[in-house]
Design a protein around this ligand. Structure first.
Ligand SMILES: Cc1cc2nc3c(=O)[nH]c(=O)nc-3n(C[C@H](O)[C@H](O)[C@H](O)COP(=O)(O)OP(=O)(O)OC[C@H]3O[C@@H](n4cnc5c(N)ncnc54)[C@H](O)[C@@H]3O)c2cc1C
Length: 356
């Protein structure tokens, strides 16, 4: 059985690894001249760790990333609102996206990886299964579901950077301000991934150093340590109108192509990894039509619920700007037992991977 995967991001290469594990012959078509990932970090949540375990690269991901470190939720002046250490939270591995991508590419033979290959029409492809992992601006989604509106602006813009450091002894943290949030994830090797999001008009002229300059240590230090030309800036878009199906004919949509979501739960790429494992498990028996139905039934409710929850967490969290409401938000955080306070972030992490 032969599959073609359109797009070699985290979702596409994960799908290729997973499908090969269940005996499929796979070609990955990537339009960029090289396979790679952007200079940012990612938290591989407990659920996605089970996905990378199923893909056979869990040990490598844990080796490359930082395993559980203490941390929690803070205010801009550094006060802790909730400490995760008190929760006994599940495993989370913080890793550079390029390292994760390399770990996913490693099991794939060079002969199945094709760069500088942009797919512009589905009719040009001949395979038993086509996996559309072509990202948030998916042409496949637009071709198959022309009546579903595309991604919309979520009302905020985000910066991401890798501070080369080396930095020692930093904790994982998320800091909630007024219409702003920032996060710190120490990577395994002294580098630190940081991000900042701000409620703003699209393409707003803003300076991340100024915006977070007076926030608690280490945020200003991390931003200052990061070469400005390496800082990523993205206005955040998401698929607010959920798709009626993730499959059509012999095509499966996967990752952002199926369910581009806001990043506030840190689950976008984690969902693409889960998608890959579930798709391959459904394809193992070789009945493409039945397998695709199973994939759609398993993945659509879960991913669309997470996309909705992520959007709500933004609205009820960092997007608040009224000082009285923020004081109430912070009070609720402080009075809520830590286990409940972080439940919003972790309530989807009990997913179990099918074995491949
Ligand atoms: C600011 C921000 C922070 C985020 N933080 C997190 C986080 O902490 N945790 C998390 O899990 N997720 C996070 N995400 C989400 C995550 O980045 C995405 O969900 C994930 O990268 C999607 O992977 P993908 O493989 O589906 O798509 P992509 O990574 O977009 O890959 C698509 C690939 O397809 C290729 N392609 C596109 N069209 C074609 C074509 N026609 N022919 C051939 N190739 C094509 C592209 O070149 C690209 O390589 C964040 C996103 C943003 C914007």
């Amino acid at each position: 059985m032969k599959a073609i995967v359109i797009g070699g991001g985290l979702g596409g290469v994960a799908a290729a690894v997973a499908l090969r594990k269940v005996g499929w012959d796979v070609d990955v078509l990537e339009r960029a001249p090289e396979f790679g990932e952007v200079g940012a970090g990612i938290g591989v949540m407990a659920n996605a760790l089970r996905a990378v375990d199923a893909l056979g690269i869990g040990a490598e991901v844990r080796r490359l990333g930082t395993p559980r470190v203490p941390g929690g939720v803070r205010t801009p002046n550094g006060r802790w609102l909730a400490k995760l250490a008190e929760v006994g939270q599940e495993e989370l591995v913080a890793i550079h996206r390029a390292d994760l991508h390399r770990a996913l590419l490693a099991p794939l033979p060079a002969s199945c990886l094709h760069t500088s290959t942009e797919v512009t029409s589905l009719s040009s492809l001949d395979a038993d299964l086509i996996v559309a992992a072509d990202g948030i601006r998916s042409f496949v989604r637009a071709e198959l579901f022309p009546d579903v509106p595309g991604p919309v602006y979520a009302g905020a813009t985000a910066w991401r950077g890798i501070a080369p450091g080396p930095f020692d002894g930093l904790e994982v943290s998320q800091t909630l301000g007024a219409g702003m949030e920032a996060g710190v994830l120490p990577l395994g090797d002294g580098r630190v991934y940081w991000y900042g999001s701000v409620v703003a008009a699209p393409n707003a002229d803003l300076d991340v150093r100024e915006l977070f300059g007076s926030w608690h240590d280490p945020l200003p230090r991390l931003i200052a340590d990061t070469p400005p030309e390496t800082v990523l800036r993205h206005d955040i878009h998401w698929l607010a109108t959920p798709l009626p199906s993730y499959v059509s004919g012999n095509v499966a949509l996967l990752g952002d192509s199926a369910h581009a979501m806001t990043p506030y739960m840190g689950q976008g790429a984690c969902m693409a990894l889960e998608d890959a494992v579930v798709l391959a498990a459904a394809m193992a028996p070789g009945d493409v039509t039945a397998g695709l139905q199973r994939y759609d039934q398993e993945r659509r409710p879960r991913t669309q619920a997470i996309a909705r929850a992520s959007r709500s967490i933004g609205r009820l969290g960092f997007e608040l700007r009224n000082p009285a409401v923020i004081a109430l938000r912070d009070l609720v955080f402080r009075l809520t037992p830590p286990r409940v306070a972080v439940r919003g972030m972790t309530r989807f992490s009990d997913w179990r991977a099918p074995s491949l």
